[in-house]
Design a protein around this ligand. Sequence first.
Ligand code: AMP
Length: 299
Amino acid sequence: MSVLIVGSTALDSIKTPNAENPRLLGGSASHAAVAASFFSPVKLIGVVGEDFPKKYVELYRRHKIDLSGLQILPGKTFHWSGEYEINMNNRRTLLTELGVFENFTPHLPDAHKKSQFVLLANIAPSLQHHVLDQMQRPKFVAADTMDLWLNIALNDLLKLLPRIDCFVLNDSEAHQLTKEDNVFVALKKIHKLGPKYVIIKKGSHGSILSSPKGFFICPAYPLHEVCDPTGAGDSFVGGMMGFLATAKGSVENNFRRAMIYGSVTASFCCEGFGLNRTTKIKRADIERRVKELEKLTKF
Ligand code: AMP
């Protein structure tokens, strides 16, 4: 089965303490789509401007990503720029140029409406609703978000939560949403807002799942050096959804393993700028790290 992914398709200009890289392929949907493509076919829904480099379209194609839902409109591609502090965890946004993203309305081609696995990657909650409104009974829907939407579109986000199966957010967003410092109490509170599966991401400290089967502590792959963590969260959830879409058996039984695959895929994302490293790996590289992680966490 394929995964339908909607989110931002962007040009990212990224500054770290060691280097600077302008106009890389970025956006929540780009990172998630490439990550998911290691496991299942992907259908991408997004928008880019006429300035979107052809080499990035080719890169999507190399990953066999279905682009029939990618709109190319007159104007400029969404351009985001961020700068990392020396610890590579704290990041500040330097620039957000919406371009064609400003008036984006996601339209699903008919063939996409029956997709069973849907990832609403980080994008305005009203657009996440708009995608769900067009779907015909998907089997499993996951959604990601960011602090911006908690600040300016909280009501839309709260209305989305009962419509989805899985909600993914990072620890500071969970704190912002629930006002809870304790991550387990925060998970409980978020369940009450609707989703059956809630994942709180903790960056290089992995993530925690709360589901009907209880908690799962998912480790991050131990990297000795991080080049650029932009898109790691999107790669995590993209890899996880790609794995879930093709794994045999129930979502419930596959969930923990899917998170491990997502976590490992995200580790590659952190080793290069933008998608530079992720687009050079093979499924076998992911399998190798999954085995290592298995050894590291066995007791
Ligand atoms: P992450 O590192 O997981 O927070 O994701 C970073 C990605 O989010 C970058 O590739 C950006 O292009 C994208 N991004 C930044 N701001 C926004 C926004 N307001 N809406 C959607 N995507 C965004």
